[in-house]
Design a protein around this ligand. Sequence first.
Ligand SMILES: [Zn+2]
Length: 395
Amino acid sequence: MATTRKLVLAGACLASGLCAVAAFTPSVFDTTVAMQSALTLLDDGQYVAADREAMALAMRSEKSAWRAWMIVAAARRRAGRYASALRAYRLFLASCRSNSLREYVLRQMDSCREAMNPPPRHVPAARRLNDNDLRELAKVSPQISTESTEHFVIRAPNARLAKLLAVEAESALRRIRQNILAVQDYPHSVDVYVWSDHKSYLAHASDAPEWSGGSFTFSTSEGNVTRRIDLTQLDRNGKFATIMLDRILPHELSHLVIREYFGDASCPLFLDEGLAMLAEAQIDNQRVEFAGIAVAGDKKIPLAELIVRDRQTMGDPSVFYAESLSFTRYLRNSVTREQFKAFLGHVKEGSTVSDALRRALYVTGGEDFMEKLAAGWANYALAETQFLRALRETR
Ligand SMILES: [Zn+2]
């Protein structure tokens, strides 16, 4: 029973912090009946009762105290009581001698602190701009305005746009560093060039695909590194292209940062595009909804294929991009920032996506890990689609 339970928990570990521990400490679950009872309550979502039973055990048995504090902390964290969870984790640290468990708990504590201090919500520029703003931003001056910030030098044929881009670019870089890559420093400067229209953009941006409205360049030559983003100011109707602020700029910036982060290693395409879409100022709900439709239908790209496809083999781009966004978002939302950072680090070092995830989560064994991961993601994608549909119907 204990063995079966351990395997099930290990496979489903993405949703549960405690399960990753279960994968390498089987004895935590079968030490005493009381411990088992507290754990069952935790698994059943009865957090108050699990907290109470495990707390009583921690007070009663010095030998089992560390296990009991772990359950208390998990119950509190899952109930959203992060400050009390941190107190229980500290008591766990005081009574546990296992280095790997201590490391695990330190990461759990990091995720509690993260949850207590969520980054401020970014309101997309398109929602903040009124008609007058849009008219002003559509003006093209013969004079090029330059704005410099800590990480960007912006050049645009509109002084107001250059100022606005300076703020938006720093904000997008913050999102990419904090929420996605967990990279603290970006000690570089990126040149951002804004071209008035599509023709001018194509004439000046190097290797820009004809269909694109923005692109990035990262190259090194004789010790000089070029970090550059090219954008288009006006859409095909001559109106200011708000999409460049909220989607194209953060998307291309994410590609640029990831390209530099991976260096000579290659980032799987689904992850590169998934992270770029996550960096956009607002999640593309059409794509999110389509992902759920795709995974439930005939057109779906199975997870095992999605994670290895490249530009030549991606198949239907609408399915590939929707699934890449959905799966990357599922991964990012299922683990802590530190675990995601570790996952990216392992991929960069050459691990497969599956191995990188197992290593980041400390999951051992479980040959059916990928199948369980695929099933967990499919349920998530379907639930997201149902949620968005329900939301639309209630409007
Ligand atoms: Zn892209």
